[in-house]
Design a protein around this ligand. Structure first.
Ligand code: HEC
Length: 165
């Protein structure tokens, strides 16, 4: 019978599609970072908080994305690129300086909310990035920090946080 041949042809066809898919390369661009525009240059970010943001958020919410090996292999590459582009569009620590004051407050309260509700980091990201799996204490530290920075802004202090008190 020709079952064997049919199977072989199917495999060849699938293989060809997978190979062709590799030619569709999504953007893995890391736009340049202007140090004057970063979150750090507008808020007080203790080293502990900076390290949590680096571990759990940086890849999707900054221009300093570390692109994993699977971001080079379609179709995973398309999904990763999409999440990073979407993530940056909604919240970008490298371009924080572009947000007006009201927007910064909104983003800070969004961070508080997302970390408390555990909607961020995106749950699907964690299995491949175990370091992003924040402990309860780390979530509390991060959300308290966001709240504190939002309150500092509401306190009428200068938005830079450098002139507080
Ligand atoms: C794997 C990528 C990824 C990681 C990691 C990630 N995010 Fe997100 N984030 C997204 C995407 C995509 C969106 C936009 C779509 C949505 O809201 O689900 C988003 C949206 C958000 C928003 C809403 C912003 C707005 O104003 O619309 C906040 C706040 C946020 N993320 C905070 C965080 C924080 C804090 C971390 C780390 C603890 C984090 N995210 C980690 C991908 C990610």
């Amino acid at each position: 019978m020709n079952l064997r041949r049919t199977l072989r042809n199917i495999l060849i066809a699938v293989g060809a599609v997978v190979i062709l898919m590799q030619f569709i390369q999504p953007s893995r661009e890391n736009p340049p970072i202007d140090p004057a525009m970063t979150l750090q240059s507008h808020h007080q970010v203790p080293a502990e908080i900076a390290s949590l943001l680096d571990r759990a958020c940086r890849d999707c919410h900054s221009n300093a994305t570390v692109w994993p090996f699977y971001s080079y292999i379609a179709p995973a590459s398309w999904l990763v690129s999409y999440d990073v582009m979407e993530g940056r569009k909604h919240l970008n620590f490298s371009e924080w300086g572009k947000y007006k004051e009201g927007k910064r407050m909104q983003k800070l309260s969004g961070i508080y909310q997302a970390v408390t509700d555990r909607t961020m980091p995106m749950p699907k990201y964690i299995p491949l990035h175990p370091e992003a799996d924040l402990t309860d204490a780390e979530r509390t530290a991060l959300s308290s920090w966001a709240q504190q920075e939002a309150e500092r802004m509401m306190g009428g202090g200068e938005e830079t946080g450098e002139t507080e008190e």
